[in-house]
Design a protein around this ligand. Structure first.
Ligand code: GDP
Ligand code: MN
Length: 386
């Protein structure tokens, strides 16, 4: 789960990670009032669940309250398109108005899970503010990776080592080390999957401040963090993923054009690999699960059909607990209700597969039944290109 910058900054503040003073505004008038309260120059920042706002006009400096109001009015209610949002962008519903800072330098810091090592890793670079991917590609020696033992937490010497790499010494090194330890505490306490500050700045008077704040949380651990769950912004969720969640379906939207419905996460992964290998591109991941009934199947199928990018569908079911005849009924029902404009390729094996194929054949709807999975993948990749 993702949260907004202003929410992440509130958490930062409560953990002793320093952030600029700021006020949230959902109207231009509130934007003006916030700017008036701060007095001098402010920064108006669009609050959406995506980065890259700076380059896209979602972070702007206002010298006066009039200007702040104008900037807020220009952002609120409009879609902001950044390289992370996709072409349709995200509607800006709130802006964060912060007291502007005089920046001496910009640093990058993040904490995430190193899956290969099985422990958290802190990444830090003195080259913050820009795309960290670019730093990693061109000057990898400018990024320090510090693994952290999850049982001990971030040790003082590790935190100081990172701070020294970032160019701090003396008092400022201790301030930076403390900030890193506090950030690590948030990551650990809240089961975050990512904690990122880009940029972490040193102001001209030598203060350390998190100018940006990004926190992602592990969905599977949310049940033990009701405070984090409350931060969820339904307006930012993908509406198809939201619908899927309501039906208890494991659905993730992807970029391709082949809708995929499979039972079992492992089989779904294998199916997507085969589609890729055949030159196709999946539009989603969907595991309907073992015990799905006709209703759930229908819901899953409707969700795939309502994705406008989908040009072909592959249904791959191995009937174990889920019977193939039930699946066929669900698919036929959903196809009748929704109307299908794209080719559907089905591969059924296992419990009541014969019966399932008969239901499909007698439905009068056009399905292509494939015997083998590799044939099915090749077929769907072919028709998706037409
Ligand atoms: P992002 O582009 O979505 O990651 O948004 P950020 O919060 O990182 O802001 C983008 C850039 O705006 C930062 O890298 C800073 O260079 C700049 N910026 C943000 N706040 C201030 C500020 O208070 N003063 C100045 N001078 N620049 C700022
Ligand atoms: Mn940033």
């Amino acid at each position: 789960m993702n949260i907004h910058e202003y929410q992440a900054k509130e958490l930062f503040r409560s953990y002793g990670v320093p952030v600029p003073e700021g006020h949230l505004a959902s109207t231009a008038q509130q934007g003006r009032e916030a700017a008036q309260e701060f007095g001098g120059t402010v920064v108006v920042k669009a609050q959406i669940h995506a980065g890259g706002r700076g380059k896209a006009g979602g972070v702007k400096v206002a010298a006066t309250a009039d200007q702040a109001e104008e900037l807020a009015a220009g952002m609120l209610g409009r879609a902001l398109v950044t390289h992370q949002t996709g072409p349709e962008g995200r509607i800006v519903r709130k802006v964060l108005v912060e007291k502007a800072q005089r920046i001496a330098r910009e640093i990058y810091v993040s904490i995430t899970l190193d899956r290969a090592k099985g422990c958290p890793v802190i990444m830090a670079s003195p080259d913050g503010g820009m795309d960290i991917e670019e730093v990693a590609a061109k000057t990898p020696e400018r990024i320090l990776r510090q693994s952290v033992d999850p049982l001990y937490g971030l040790a003082d010497f590790e935190a100081r080592r990172i701070a020294a790499f970032l160019g701090f010494s003396g008092k400022s090194m201790h301030a930076c080390a403390r900030l890193l330890k506090n950030l690590f505490q948030i990551y650990q306490d809240k089961d975050a999957s990512l904690a990122e500050i880009n940029p972490l700045v040193v102001t001209e008077d030598g203060t350390l401040l998190a100018l940006d704040a990004k926190l992602n949380f592990e969905d599977n651990a949310l049940y033990r963090h009701s405070d984090i769950m409350e931060l969820e912004d339904p307006a930012e969720e993908d509406s198809l993923e939201k619908q899927a969640k309501e039906h208890g379906l494991n659905y993730i939207r992807l970029e391709g054009n082949i809708g995929v419905m499979v039972n079992g996460a492992g089989l779904a992964m294998a199916t997507m690999d085969l589609i890729k290998q055949a030159g196709g591109d999946p539009a989603n991941f969907l595991d309907v699960g073992g015990g799905a009934g006709a209703e759930k199947i229908a819901a899953g199928f409707r969700i795939i059909l309502s994705d406008p990018h989908v040009k072909a569908i592959l249904i791959n079911i191995f009937g174990g607990i889920l019977r193939c005849d039930l699946l066929a009924e669900g698919v036929v029902k959903a196809a009748r209700d929704t109307g299908v404009g794209v080719p559907i390729i089905i591969r059924l094996q296992g419990t009541n597969a014969e019966e399932g194929r008969r239901i499909l054949a007698e439905s009068g709807l056009r399905f292509t039944v494939a015997e083998h999975l590799s044939d099915a993948a090749r077929l769907v990749a072919e028709v998706s290109e037409q």
